[in-house]
Write a new protein. Structure first.
Lengths: 265, 265
């Protein structure tokens, strides 16, 4: 998503050129290209798929809407398995229109995980519940902290449900390092993502994630936290940023590699 | 601030007309009107002053900047005392330019409170550390949760330092009800403020606070939390909202009274 301006074949080629060994993919471009074809493309290039983003949106109260969401998440599991990634990232969903019941919405996510966890496990895929920054609590994700994500995940086996740790979402939380340790001890850090925090936030706040090194987050310190918790998996860089998307994708990818080396290694 | 378009005399008259018994004031319009004159204005109208907003911005590392901030906060204490309010609200400040050290910034707030607390007490004023929503952590307030605010406040006597509970800032936090109980048990809920959470957030995210009832927050539930914790003080409505500021101030104030009655009582 950091370089969503690159068509899938160009992305794969650019990763190969730059020595990027693995990539996180999003469902929409994968579906547009064809899931089997995308799987072959990355496989032939020797590129691993870190995670598939994203399933989720599991907070609906309407039964038909809820059934559709579960169906869609099973499809996402299938796609992840086809792509050869073990991790499907879940963005849980916000409050239904007119609702003020955060607690109820969080409980419906647990209900959905109970249905999706065994399905994912049967397909060799683990679900990663991603807490999103509290500024998304109403309209995108009622799971706002690692503690909340783990409270949900720990109702299920770690081989079914874990969490995604994203610096952008947790950096402000002085309780997060302890929660990372808790997640690591349970084998539940299913992915680790980097983005920097820059201000002012844009309208809608979705596409203001900062290039590594441009903002307020000590990325190296957070990497040390997940590594101290035993995490040895890939590190993803996930930037939603209108300014980066407007530039040449290969140039942004090269810059991101350089920033990663300078600020996170 | 909800009706900052109203000059101070108009605000005082409108409160009297609508039966609003008390008002929170901001420093800038009070200073522009004259602190003594403003104090006489509200006193003569029989209007109580709930709080003065705001002091704070205590995170600078530069010694001269730091000294200026402490001076300014002592002036704010003086102004609060003159206005006859017992509470000065503090917005702690963000990270200094280029800094990534949240922990250090929070510690400098404690250092400042150690200087300001006794001064405030000597003037009959209590300081209320206000946790701001985590989306403000970098550029406005490194204190993001009630737990963090209380960790700071509890280093000092409750008659010197407590917290401000604002629904807009804490509503997403499932740990906040327990922290409200903690604050109440210590006599540290120094004010309680209402605003609703509406999306999408505007650019810069500062002036997107929603009119009561327009958003995702169960205001009545939060009022129940602070009252269960023993809070019997005033309830303030604090809306930063460009759309409300563009309207007739008396109309907005009347609407706010109606919304307060409908959604918070």
């Amino acid at each position: 998503m950091t370089v969503r301006q690159l068509p899938l074949p160009d992305l794969v080629a650019a990763c190969a050129d730059l020595g990027v060994p693995a990539v996180g993919l999003w469902r929409e471009p994968v579906q547009a290209y064809g899931v089997e074809a995308a799987a072959k493309l990355v496989r032939d290039a020797g590129l691993a798929v870190t995670t598939l983003c994203r399933g989720g949106f599991l907070t609906a109260t309407d039964p038909a809407e809820r059934a559709r969401a579960l169906d869609d998440n099973r499809r996402a599991v299938d796609e992840a398995a086809t792509l050869g990634t073990e991790v499907l990232v879940l963005v849980s969903g916000g409050l239904p229109a007119g609702s003020r019941d955060l607690r109820g919405a969080r409980e419906r996510i647990a209900d959905a995980l109970a249905e999706l966890g065994p399905y994912a496990e049967a397909h060799g895929v683990r679900l990663a519940v991603e807490p999103l920054h509290p500024m998304f609590a109403a309209d995108r994700c009622v799971v706002s902290t690692l503690a909340q994500a783990l409270d949900l995940a720990e109702r299920f086996p770690a081989r079914q449900v874990g969490v995604a740790v994203d610096t952008y979402h947790v950096w402000w939380d002085d309780g997060a390092p302890a929660q990372i340790a808790r997640a690591g001890a349970g084998g539940r850090i299913h992915t680790f993502q980097l983005a920097d925090w820059v201000t002012p936030l844009p309208a809608g706040v979705l596409n203001g994630r900062g290039q590594l090194g441009d903002g307020a987050i000590d990325l190296r310190e957070w990497r040390a936290h997940v590594e101290a918790a035993g995490y040895t998996g890939p590190i993803e860089v996930e930037l939603f940023n209108d300014a980066l998307w407007a530039r040449d994708g290969r140039e942004v990818l090269a810059e991101t590699v350089e920033r990663f080396t300078r600020h996170a290694l």
